[in-house]
Design a protein around this ligand. Structure first.
Ligand code: ZN
Length: 430
C-alpha cells in the first residue's frame, strides 16, 4: 500500500458529509473540492428542461433540513445526523400526520434492521423518510410532526469535465459519478480514485493520449454528456473506464463492455489476470452503471469497469452501512493501482517489429548468456527473445505480452533495452 491510499481516504472523509443528488448545491460543492486537486476542471451547468436524447433535465433539488418529531416531542429522525434519512428529491412538507399516514412515507429494510436505506424518487413527486427497520418497529400511535425543508425548482444540473491534452488526438475516457449522498464504496470511491488518477496523469511526462475525464450524475449525466459530445467521443475514444465501487478490500471485479473485446477490455483483463488473479468476472448482463449508456446501440463506446466489490454485490450497498469503515486506504489504493496500470499499459502500447531477420546474435551485443545451462535462459533473456519473436509489426505489445504470458509493465525495461540496441523498432499508432 502507498501513502496515496491514506490521502484518498482522507479525501473521502472530506466529501462524505455532503448531501449530493443528481442536481443541487451538494454536487457543486463536491466538484469545487475536486477542482482544488484538478485546477483545470471545467464545471458545466445544464438548465432544467434541456432535452437530451429521450430525457429532459429535471428540476434542481436542494435541501437544508428535515426531521420527524414524535408524539412525545422528541426529534427521532434528523437529517443533520444522516442525510440518508430523506428520500432523495423529496418535495417540501411541514405538517402533523398520524402514524398510519407517516408509515406510507417511510422506507426501511426488514432484512437489515439496523441500516438506513438510500432511496430516491427523481422522476415522481413524493416526500419520504428512510429509517432503520428497528426504529420503524418502535414507533407508537400518535401524531407526528414531519418537516422537509427542500426546494424542487427550475435550476440546472451540474457536471465536471477535465480534458488533458496529449501528443495524440486519440482519447482515453474516464467517467465517474457524483450523485450519491453519504455513501462510500458506491459512490465516493469513484470520484476520489478518478481525481487521484487525473493527478497522476497530469504529472505524466510526454503524455501520449488525450484524456477526457468526467464527473457526472449517474444515468442522466451520462446521457446529457453523450448528447453534447457524442461525435467527438465516437471519433476519438480508443478505450474508456466507468469508475465506481473501488474502495473496499474484499474483491476485484471486471465488468466487460457489451462488445467484450475492445482495447479497454483487453487491457483490463491483462492487468487483472496478472495483478489480481482471483478477480471476479461479470458479464454485460450484470451491468448497473453508466456503461448502460456508453455501450448502448449507436453509441458503442469501448467502456468497461474494474471494481473492487461491485454495486449490488455487497450487503452494505445503498445503505448507511456503506461507510468510511467499509472503504479503506488499501481498498482505494487497489482500485487506483489497477486503473493506473491499465493507463500505463495503454500509454506504452504500440506495434513494434524485430529489426533483424532470424534471431539476432546476442553475443555480439553483450546480451547473451555466455555459458549455456540445462535450465535454459534466465527470465530477462527469455523475455527479450520472446518479445523479438512475437513483435512482427502487426501485433501490439499488449497482444505480445498476452501471448508470452508476462505482465506488460514488467516488459517495459526489456522493451527499452531492445529499442536502444536497435533490435526492436517502428512505433505506429493503434
Ligand atoms: Zn448507486
Amino acid at each position: 500500500m502507498d501513502d496515496l491510499g491514506v490521502s484518498m481516504h482522507k479525501f473521502c472523509e472530506e466529501l462524505f458529509p455532503i448531501c449530493r443528488s443528481i442536481t443541487g448545491d451538494g454536487v457543486r460543492k463536491t466538484l469545487s473540492m475536486v477542482r482544488q486537486h484538478l485546477p483545470g476542471l471545467k464545471i458545466h451547468e445544464v438548465p432544467t428542461g434541456t432535452e437530451c436524447f429521450d430525457w429532459v433535465v429535471p428540476r434542481e433539488w436542494n435541501i437544508r433540513d428535515a426531521y420527524i418529531i414524535d408524539p412525545a416531542g422528541r426529534k427521532i429522525v434528523d437529517f443533520q445526523k444522516s442525510n440518508l434519512h430523506v428520500l432523495g428529491y423529496s418535495i417540501p412538507v411541514d405538517k402533523q400526520v398520524s402514524l398510519k399516514e407517516l408509515q406510507e412515507h417511510l422506507y426501511s429494510l426488514p432484512d437489515q434492521p439496523s441500516a438506513i436505506p438510500y432511496s430516491t424518487s427523481y422522476y415522481k413527486e413524493r416526500w419520504g423518510f428512510c429509517i432503520s427497520h428497528q426504529q420503524r418497529s418502535s414507533l407508537s400511535e400518535g401524531t407526528y410532526h414531519v418537516r422537509i425543508d427542500s426546494d424542487l425548482a427550475p435550476g440546472s444540473l451540474t457536471y465536471g469535465e477535465l480534458i488533458l491534452p496529449g501528443l495524440e488526438k486519440k482519447e482515453i475516457f474516464l467517467s465517474t459519478y457524483t450523485c450519491h449522498p453519504s455513501l462510500a464504496n458506491d459512490n465516493l470511491s469513484g470520484p476520489v480514485v478518478t481525481t487521484f488518477l487525473a493527478k497522476w496523469l497530469m504529472g505524466l511526462k510526454d503524455r501520449r493520449y488525450t484524456y477526457r475525464i468526467i464527473f457526472i450524475p449517474e444515468t442522466i449525466g451520462a446521457i446529457i454528456y453523450l448528447s453534447r459530445n457524442m461525435a467527438a467521443m465516437k471519433e476519438n475514444i480508443i478505450a474508456g473506464f466507468n469508475l465506481t465501487c473501488m474502495g473496499d478490500d474484499r474483491a476485484y471485479a471486471y465488468l466487460p463492455s457489451i462488445q467484450g473485446d475492445t482495447l479497454a477490455d483487453k487491457v483490463a483483463r491483462h492487468v487483472l489476470k496478472h495483478a489480481q488473479p482471483d478477480h471476479l468476472t461479470y458479464t454485460f448482463l450484470d451491468r448497473g452503471s453508466d456503461e448502460r449508456q456508453y455501450c448502448s446501440p449507436g453509441i458503442d463506446l469501448p467502456v468497461c469497469s474494474i471494481m473492487r466489490t461491485a454495486y449490488g454485490r455487497f450487503p452494505e450497498y445503498h445503505t448507511s452501512l456503506d461507510d468510511l469503515d467499509l472503504v479503506t486506504s488499501s481498498g482505494l489504493w487497489g482500485g487506483y493501482e489497477s486503473h493506473r496500470r491499465c493507463l500505463e499499459c495503454l500509454e506504452r502500447n504500440e506495434v513494434l517489429k524485430a529489426a533483424v531477420l532470424c534471431e539476432p546474435q546476442l553475443s555480439r551485443r553483450n546480451m547473451a548468456q555466455t555459458v549455456s545451462s540445462k535450465t535454459g535462459l534466465d527470465r530477462g533473456r527469455r523475455d527479450s527473445i520472446n518479445l523479438m519473436m512475437y513483435c512482427d509489426g502487426r501485433r501490439s505489445l499488449l497482444e505480445v505480452a498476452d501471448l508470452i504470458n508476462v505482465p506488460l509493465w514488467e516488459l517495459f525495461p526489456v522493451i527499452d533495452n531492445l529499442k536502444k540496441t536497435g533490435l526492436l523498432s517502428g512505433r505506429e499508432g493503434l
